[in-house]
Write a new protein. Structure first.
Lengths: 1056, 519
């Protein structure tokens, strides 16, 4: 857009100047901060439509009529300046300050608006290219920067699942991810992965990042649409907010290509270890536990040497002749990972075509040696003015990645989970040689390294092509078509040293995803400026988009020869999961429009409307309508405010809108069948057809109505600016996967039921504190508060006990956390009138000091207590502890989230820091159900658990006795911890090396640290809980979390 | 201006054109509309019902966990369960119980689907349709009979569930039995005669046997003077008599070559390596094969072993019922011999303190893949003969009852290479002593085969207490101070399993107060 206008101006200028040519103005436009030339800045006399743009050295020269007194210089991302013309002056040196610009263009859905014309809550994020190169994904770019945007990801698990939430949780259905739109093409893959190939219900695959294929270095800007007046234009998919990503284009003026190259090396290491028993204490614990449980001791301890006991005779003990070898599994498994990143970009403009080309290569090595991952990507963005009326824009990106991953942990826990084995596996090994692992049981941590593969290969192609035709001056038509094509294959191998592989003599399973989604937009825009008072910006569009997806799964077992692992499925003898295809097609057809009207640049009204027709619903339920309206008052333009001369900008915004959510799997309204298997009398497998679900033909949209009030204030020439937004959202007809009674024969059903609300306050502040030739110091911060509440669930009430009072409440439980031995209970409850996902479990009150106290206490599921048992609070007073005695034991929703950043430049040095944090949420540390009780099993536990265990001789100890093992299935307040944290997310120090007319134009080196400091009381690995990110019914539960990772990065940027 | 009109009309056309474009889902899946069009489709749907029976939640796995442990006859290597469900102390959120409940209902829902979709359709082949419907009714009857016996009450669902009303309240034994009998009697009429069934599929006699079991269960401790249920049981059981034969050698029932679909089998669930029963892994000692992964989830209690030896000292069935010595393998194929109780007397050894069950133990120690093609025989002819003996004794006293039980005992005696005298034929018993003996006889013949839970409960809690709890708690070989030996609680709640918490939580028509007494 901009390019074209400038081009026009240029033509205009030549025409005009040839007529009047009287006065020549020359000069140079520089960045005040860096002194670097600003290429492509606009120098103009607005009233006369005369202007030019600066060349590669920031220079300009143009002729103006003699009576002109001043001219204007503007540049994107900088504060513009009006320059008085000094008749005697031959050459002007104009220095612009980078800052917030009001006439900056902001991308909104299906178009763009001037920032000053915005009526909704839209935040624009621009990251400078040096910093962007440090990120591996969009999620990292968003992390901790924007009020109301909360990103959860664990840096420890490379390519691990990520979750972005804008303004709280709208939906209980599981996926609260915003809609991503890249160059106008919808990318709906945040929670997407291949299907789990195994039919073993206990083996859940580690979730992986679905937002691949977008390289942060190619991103020009990200706009986050937060309130409904902005997102309603995305209708049925706008409820969770929208992230609009625009990739870079070429230069705006003809000239030499600008080449940038970069290279970074980063080193990752574990930030913290969980304090489990050292070998000596472990041996003591085992012996003590065996004594308590009535077994013979396991070890003979002589000084620091520990000998395993092999057998007992009537008279003596036979031990190994050599002491057991100690192993610190966390030290042995978690290593230092090194990642290399390199790439370059070329941008420029030649004739009528501007281009941006970039290529990158990443070689990523995680903290576990089996996590190795390579990625290459290419992008080519071309914009060509085919004719004065026709512009062709073509953006294409290709990404290929492949690698192997360590298992991050399985939902079932136990020895099916690598991360759990590292913590719980005994720290003593009975073998002399390091390489001799005969003594190690199945699924020991080494086995997970040597006999497990999770290999992925992914190809992704993103294309956005558009053709814009200028029908007349104010009316444009744009045809845009795009695709997001994704091909991902994931092959897993479970050797016999892994529990799962051991059962079936080796298992290879294969799953792949072949998905192409497409978008076709027909967009008309009409802009009109009537008598300078009325500004009209309208858009009308018809769009059609959808996706075709094929998932394929296959599993084969029983490998007589295992050396080729998953690369040779033909060596497997038993097909445990026949090759199965799941085809899912979905489509949405929509008509939409928006009208933005501004009167005198003071009063702005925006209304939008979208009608969506979705294939996911039954006939008669397919159409959904999503209106919005917003009003903004630019108070700062009113004379009485202007005269105060305080405000650089002052704007009030009011907005309302309705958005929807239809992110359920297709075919829920139909009663389809799937295949199950039986065997005939000859031993041959025969297929059977069985119903897959209870069809729900009544399904429809989930809809969210949102109100927003906001203000934008900036003072001191825009050097201090603040944005405050308050919102109220109500979501009704919640799409939920409700647990069906198991007696129906089906586990769950998708229904529209219930409503919930979110209300919140967001505040963002930006300040440029020092800004001069030598030094630049700016800071920013944001904080957001969100409160949610379940309003109704549409269920009958049942009896619960809260604070010892019997109440009739309406609620349901979240999904059971684990399928394994521990935490086989739901953690969360969804109760009317309460915040969503409150923790629901047993309240405890220390341990019984002695037998007398124990026998006086309530029985536990009918069993008598002993000294050292946990004191459960008997909520209903029936003298027995059972599931009726559960009550609220925590709240996983934070009080507020916040972030702040500093940027300090001095001469050639720049120091940047970004902090982010969460306050007031609780985390259920699932590890501690196993590590936090000295059950006496042949497994390691926390040092504090062992030290604090109640013993007859230590009756004041507050932990449960050795041998207490009643917490398998329960969920107690003992494992609920405060999850608040503040961390130094990123700290970067960079230096511009002076280059004197050498090969390079500029050269910049930097060192950066990520996750350098973590201030938290949370005892687990990582307070950013990433387990169950896409299961909306399990919240705040750290189940098999991986260690957090600190990264130190060294980088160099070169400009040619 | 022309442009204007042209583009506006283009816009309009595209809008209208797309507006009318159909966005109906047309998935590439089967659905009820195309499955039940013909016999072949209906047969495949019936396969799905059978697949429900061999689901992990039902006869492949969870049935055995719940029923073996709460029969009070088996110890376990699964430490987590040893102290709760295997100590006769199950909790309402026990995963095995929840899975079993869900597994049975999954089968019922599939059967309901077939029964209701068939409705009045004759599929162009009424005979085939009857066979399909009969089998679906038989399976539904069996599934509800299992629910009744395990849980005492259950939601009675016979129609396909619709989305607007997924909850069904609990029905008591009378309503459940009425449905079980209605389905079973119908099935007995519709299913195939012997020889006319597909290989591996049950005949109408399986339905007769099921009905005989139902009436015996209803009769409980009532005498034939008090009820006509024994007569009803007889009417069904006698239909089966002579239609099957005992295997010549008891051991052949458990040998790889002869265990599947033999002449003694009346109702047998089919498995193969791909769709394998987990039973072998559950019964085989850990590392008793080169492949390793076997778990000894169930090991006979000492009183069970001792009782058999005391009752029939050289019964040839003993060596086909218990294992007291096996080879423990390393991955390289070398092995050590493990001798268990009664040779080993220690009480806290996971490997040796208990004998193992023979019937599903993997006999080939060199097996690497421990999945097998083993079937699971639910009804076999010896069971029927014991039932007939019991029924006949109830109706008319021992005189005509001996023939049935002696057939079973004779086969047992003849199952040895050498001549043995035990178990001797029965004679000279009173009606009461015959009853007392036959009640216990099931455990010598059918132990470990999935009937123990029912057979110890059918005669009431007094029998359960003396035969299971007291026999166990008074068995002198145990040391209940050691972790492996668990003492049983004397509480009659164990006659029924708790209604799973998952069902109570998700079912709007069931509340905690509906829970079985004592849980």
């Amino acid at each position: 857009m901009k390019t074209k206008q400038l081009f026009l101006m240029l033509i205009f200028f030549f025409m005009v100047s040839s007529i009047y040519g009287q006065n020549i103005i020359k000069g140079k436009v520089l960045d005040k901060n860096t002194g670097e030339p600003l290429i492509g800045a606009t120098v103009s006399i607005p009233n006369l439509n005369i202007g030019t743009i600066t060349d590669i050295d920031g220079g300009f020269e143009f002729e103006i009529p003699q009576d002109v007194k001043r001219f204007k210089v503007t540049y994107i991302g900088y504060n513009g300046k009006n320059i008085e013309i000094d008749p005697g002056k031959e050459k002007y040196t104009i220095k612009l300050i980078s800052g917030k610009m009001l006439d900056e263009v902001v991308i909104v859905g299906y178009g763009n608006l001037k920032k000053s014309d915005l009526t909704g809550s839209v935040t624009k994020l621009i990251e400078d290219v040096k910093t962007a190169r440090q990120y591996s994904g969009v999620d990292e770019l968003l992390q901790g920067r924007i009020a109301g945007v909360n990103v959860s990801s664990n840096a420890g698990s490379t390519n691990g699942a990520i979750s972005v939430r804008i303004r709280g949780t709208n939906s209980l259905r599981g996926n609260n991810e915003p809609l991503y739109v890249v160059d106008g093409v919808i990318i709906n893959s945040a929670g997407e992965d291949v299907l789990n190939a195994t039919n073993d219900a206990n083996e859940l695959q580690t979730a992986q990042n679905g937002l691949t294929g977008l390289n942060p270095r190619d991103i020009k800007s990200i706009e986050i649409l937060k309130d409904a007046s902005a997102t309603a234009i995305y209708g049925s998919r706008g409820a969770n907010g929208v992230v609009l990503i625009t990739t870079k284009g070429g230069d705006r003026v003809d000239g030499k290509a600008v080449i940038n190259a970069y290279s970074t090396t980063s080193v990752h290491s574990v930030t913290k270890k969980v304090d489990v028993l050292d070998p000596l204490k472990f041996a003591r614990y085992q012996n003590e536990a065996n004594a308590v449980l009535g077994y013979e001791p396991r070890y003979v301890i002589e000084g620091d040497d520990i000998y395993s006991i092999k057998s007992y005779t009537d008279t003596s003990i036979v031990t190994n002749s050599y002491p057991a070898r100690p192993i610190d599994w966390q030290n042995d498994i978690y290593q230092r990972g090194i990642t290399y990143n390199t790439g370059f970009s070329i941008a420029g403009k030649k004739n009528k075509t501007s281009y941006y080309f970039s290529a990158g290569y990443n070689d990523i090595n995680g903290i576990v040696e089996t996590t190795k991952f390579r990625k290459g990507d290419l992008r080519l963005n071309l914009n060509s003015k085919v004719s004065p009326k026709l512009t062709l824009d073509n953006r294409i990106a290709l990404t290929y990645q492949q690698g192997t991953f360590a298992q991050a942990g399985s939902k079932s826990g136990g020895n099916r989970s690598f991360t759990k084995q590292i913590l719980t596996y005994r720290p003593l090994v009975d073998s002399l040689e390091e390489s001799d692992d005969n003594d190690l049981e199945i699924s020991n941590p080494f086995a997970w390294l040597t006999d497990f593969d999770d290999i992925i290969k992914e190809t992704r192609i993103n294309v956005s092509t558009s053709l814009e035709y200028k029908i007349m001056k104010n009316l444009h038509y744009k045809l845009r078509a795009g695709t997001d094509f994704r091909l991902k294959a994931r092959d897993k191998w479970y050797g016999t040293a892994i529990f799962k592989g051991g059962i079936e003599n080796g298992i290879a399973n294969y799953s792949s995803l072949n998905r192409k989604s497409y978008t076709v937009d027909n967009i008309f825009t009409y802009t009109k400026n009537i008598r300078k008072f009325h500004e009209l910006n309208t858009m009308l569009a018809v769009t059609y988009d959808g996706s075709e997806k094929t998932n394929e799964i296959f599993e084969i077992t029983d490998f007589p020869i295992k050396t080729l692992r998953s690369s040779a499925p033909q060596l497997g003898q038993v097909i445990s999961q026949p090759r199965t295809l799941f085809l899912e097609n979905e489509a949405i057809f929509s008509g939409l429009g928006r009208l933005n009207y501004s009167y005198k640049n003071k009063y702005i009204l925006t209304t939008s409307f979208r009608a969506d027709k979705s294939s996911k619903f039954a006939k008669g339920k397919q159409w959904g309508y999503f209106p919005s309206a917003a009003f903004a008052w630019r108070l700062g333009e009113e004379d009485f405010i202007k005269n105060l001369d305080i405000f650089y900008n002052l704007k009030l915004r009011f907005g309302w809108g309705v958005t929807g959510n239809q992110a359920i799997r297709p075919y829920q309204t139909l009663s389809t069948y799937h295949t199950d298997y039986y065997v005939d009398g000859n031993g041959t497998t025969v297929i059977g057809s069985v119903p897959s679900r209870i069809a729900n033909p009544d399904l429809t949209w989930e809809s969210t109505e949102q109100y927003n009030v906001g203000t934008d204030i900036s003072v001191f020439d825009g050097n201090l600016s603040m944005t405050v937004d308050a919102y109220y959202k109500k979501t009704k007809d919640l799409l939920q996967n409700i647990n069906l009674p198991t007696s129906t024969g089906f586990p769950f059903m998708t229904v529209n039921r219930g409503s919930l609300e979110n209300k919140g306050l967001e505040l963002a502040l930006d300040a440029i504190l020092i800004h001069n030739k030598e030094m630049d110091f700016s800071m920013g911060g944001h904080i957001s508060f969100n409160r949610n509440k379940v309003l109704s669930l549409g269920l009958p009430a049942s009896t619960v006990w809260i604070d010892g009072i019997e109440r009739e409440e309406v609620f349901y439980y979240g999904n059971t956390v684990s399928t394994g031995t521990y935490f086989k209970a739901p953690a969360n409850i969804f109760m009317e009138g309460q915040p969503i996902g409150m923790f629901w479990g047993f309240e405890t009150n220390g341990v019984y000091r002695d037998e007398e106290a124990a026998s006086a206490g309530p029985t536990y599921k009918g069993n008598a207590n002993h000294a050292g048992d946990l004191v459960f609070v008997d909520q209903n007073g029936d003298d027995n502890i059972d599931s009726d005695d559960r009550t609220f034991i925590g709240n996983p929703n934070p009080d507020f989230t916040y972030g702040f950043d500093f940027s300090l430049s001095y001469k050639r040095f720049t120091l940047k820091a970004l902090f982010d944090g969460v306050y007031g949420n609780d985390i259920a540390n699932g590890y501690n159900l196993e590590l936090g009780f000295a059950e006496g099993q042949f497994k390691n536990i926390l040092t504090s658990t062992y030290d604090n265990a109640w013993r007859p001789e230590q009756p004041d100890n507050t932990g449960t006795r050795v041998g207490f093992n009643m917490m398998h299935e329960g969920f107690v307040d003992l494992i609920v911890e405060d999850g608040s944290y503040l961390r130094l997310n990123i700290l970067t120090l960079s230096y511009d090396i002076p280059v004197k007319k050498s090969l390079f134009n500029n050269m910049n080196v930097y060192v950066s640290g990520r996750n350098l400091f973590y201030f938290t009381d949370y005892s687990g690995y990582e307070p950013q809980v990433t387990s169950f990110l896409y299961d909306g019914t399990i919240m705040g539960v750290d189940w098999v979390g991986t260690p957090n990772v600190r990264t130190i990065l060294f980088g160099v940027n070169l400009g040619f | 201006m022309k442009n204007y009109k042209f583009l506006l009309s283009l816009f309009f056309i595209s809008f209208v054109g797309l507006y009318s474009c159909e966005l109906d889902e047309n998935p590439n899946f089967l659905s009820s509309t195309n499955v039940f069009e013909d016999v072949e489709g209906a047969k495949i749907a019936l396969n799905g019902v059978y697949a429900g029976l061999i689901d992990y939640g039902y006869y492949t796995s969870e049935y055995h966990h719940v029923l073996n442990w709460t029969s009070g006859m088996y110890n376990s290597n699964r430490d987590g369960s040893l102290k709760d469900i295997a100590a006769l102390n199950p909790s309402p959120n026990d995963k095995f119980i929840s899975n079993l409940w869900a597994g049975i209902y999954r089968t019922i829902s599939r059967a309901n689907n077939v029964i209701n979709q068939l409705g009045d359709k004759n599929l162009g082949n009424p005979d085939q349709r009857d066979l399909i419907l009969g089998q679906a009714l038989f399976i539904r009857s069996l599934a509800y009979f299992d629910l009744l016996r395990i849980f005492g009450k259950a939601p009675l669902i016979t129609k396909e569930i619709s989305s607007d009303n997924p909850s069904t309240g609990l029905s008591g034994p009378e309503e459940l039995l009425a449905q079980i009998i209605e389905d079973g009697e119908k099935a007995a009429k519709l299913m195939a005669e012997e020889g006319k069934n597909e290989k591996g599929r049950p005949t109408k006699y399986a339905a007769n046997m099921l009905m005989a079991k139902v009436y015996m269960w209803m009769a409980g401790n009532k005498t034939s003077a008090e009820t006509n249920l024994w007569q009803k049981a007889y009417d069904h059981a006698i239909q089966v008599y002579g239609k099957y034969q005992l295997m010549d050698n008891f051991g052949d029932l458990w040998k790889e070559a002869t265990r599947n679909n033999n002449k003694e089998s009346i109702f047998e669930l089919q498995g193969n390596v791909e769709n394998t029963f987990r039973l072998s892994k559950y019964w085989t000692a850990s590392k008793a094969t080169v492949g390793g992964n076997t778990w000894a989830r169930f090991k006979p209690n000492l009183e069970v072993y001792d009782r058999h030896l005391a009752t029939y000292p050289d019964d040839p069935r003993i060596k086909y019922t218990f294992i007291t010595e096996y080879n423990k393998y390393k991955a390289n194929g070398s092995f050590t011999i493990i001798k268990t109780y009664p040779v080993f007397k220690g009480r806290n050894n996971k490997e040796k303190s208990y004998p193992y069950g023979y019937k599903y133990f993997i006999k080939n120690g060199l097996a690497i893949n421990t999945d097998s093609d083993m079937n699971f025989v639910l009804f076999r002819y010896a069971d029927l003969l014991l039932m007939l003996a019991e029924i006949e004794n109830e109706l008319n006293g021992p005189a005509e009852a001996y023939q049935y039980v002696n057939e079973v005992l004779t086969r047992a005696r003849n199952s040895s290479d050498t001549t043995v005298t035990s178990p001797a034929n029965w004679e000279g018993l009173t009606q009461d002593s015959f009853r007392a003996n036959i009640t216990k006889e099931y455990f010598f013949e059918l132990q470990q085969e999935g009937h123990d839970f029912f057979n110890v409960r059918r005669r009431g809690y007094d029998f359960f207490r003396s035969f299971v709890i007291e026999a166990h708690n008074n068995q002198l070989s145990y040391d209940f101070n050691k972790a492996r030996d668990v003492k049983f609680v004397d509480n009659d709640r164990i006659m029924l399993m708790p209604i799973p918490e998952a069902e109570i939580n998700s079912n709007a028509k069931i509340s905690t107060s509906d829970q079985n007494p004592g849980y």
